[in-house]
Design a protein around this ligand. Structure first.
Ligand code: DON
Length: 305
């Protein structure tokens, strides 16, 4: 397995040259677009990795999966999906168009920015610190990494430049679907996006999801089985935004990308996969990471379909 992963990193590394680093969050421009790493964690706890799998990056939209899990845990699925739909969209991840012309009452799904800002607003806690604490504690457990923390530089960079998300949030407020202190909700969202992890951490989180919410290395239950089912379904249909259909055909594994270059994948009952490659394609997904996953899915027959 180690050889296979080494070969796939070597084979796909150059695709990074065809992509671009995310520039709308200026701090993300510090990444090396040539990096590529992959990690696999099987449900018996064995781990395999190759390439840049210890390098940390901000998980960005991958945090939407965590926000959704906590929102369901705090409110129940009925309350959450009364406010956020579960339909894929052909609009980009930060688009406002559907909210205005198609459904003014519910963002299309929790993986696009509008939906994620809304689900994050549903995480319960007395203070913002408490809510951030819940996100970090969850990530520490799910990754078996006590050092998980927020990258302050990326957080500040996104807060300073996050006007599109501000627009989405205030638009939802004006439609009466986002309630509460909007700046605080946005701050929590920016902070969750700035959580740092590496490819191995993502693979472990993917393994917890693949194992129906039971942490493979400790036996502890972290997520309800039904929540895992829902989250993996939404990752499959919406996780790669307007490239989710193509990704399902080519790779066929529930996955979630982030503009930091990470991809979280979860192969039900088999393994978690974490990929890091910060050069992105037009949809904002890791360009070399997707190529690598395509080869990996073929080699290991990973498609769930
Ligand atoms: O809100 C944003 O735009 C970023 N913090 C996250 C977007 C993202 O990761 C899209 N994914 N590929």
């Amino acid at each position: 397995m180690f050889n296979l992963l080494e070969n796939l990193v070597y084979k796909n590394k150059d695709y990074g040259k065809e992509g671009k680093l995310a520039s709308y969050i200026p701090a993300l421009l510090k990444a090396d677009p040539n990096d590529l790493g992959v990690a696999i964690v099987k449900l018996d706890g064995t781990e395999y990795f190759a390439g840049e799998c210890d390098k940390t990056f901000t998980i960005q939209s991958i945090s939407k999966v965590v926000g959704l899990i906590l929102a369901i845990d705090d409110n129940g699925k009925e309350v959450v999906f009364d406010k956020v739909n579960v339909e894929p969209t052909d609009a980009g991840f930060n688009s406002i168009v559907n909210l205005e012309v198609k459904d003014t009452k519910r963002p299309y799904n929790p993986m696009i920015n509008a939906g994620a800002i809304l689900t994050t607003s549903l995480i319960k806690g007395e203070t913002e610190e408490e809510k951030v604490g819940k996100l970090i504690t969850f990530m520490k457990k799910a990754t078996n990494n006590p050092n998980i923390s927020i990258n302050e530089e990326v957080y500040v960079s996104e807060k300073l430049t996050g006007d599109r998300n501000r627009a989405l949030a205030y638009f939802m407020k004006s439609n009466g679907i986002l309630n509460g202190n909007i700046e605080e909700i946005l701050d929590l969202y920016f902070r969750q996006c700035s959580i740092e992890a590496n490819a191995k951490d993502l693979a472990r989180l993917g393994a917890v999801l693949a194992n129906d919410g039971i942490i493979p290395w400790s036996g502890e239950k972290l997520i309800e089985k039904d929540t895992c089912r829902i989250v993996k379904t939404i990752m499959t249909t919406c996780g790669m935004y307007d490239a989710s259909g193509k990704f399902a055909v080519r790779i066929g594994v529930p996955s979630k990308s982030g503009v930091g270059g990470g991809i979280l994948s979860s192969v039900p009952k088999r393994m978690g996969i974490g990929v890091y490659g910060p050069a992105l394609d037009e949809q904002g997904n890791s360009i070399a990471g997707i190529k690598l996953l395509q080869d990996l899915s073929k080699e290991l027959d990973l498609s769930i379909f």
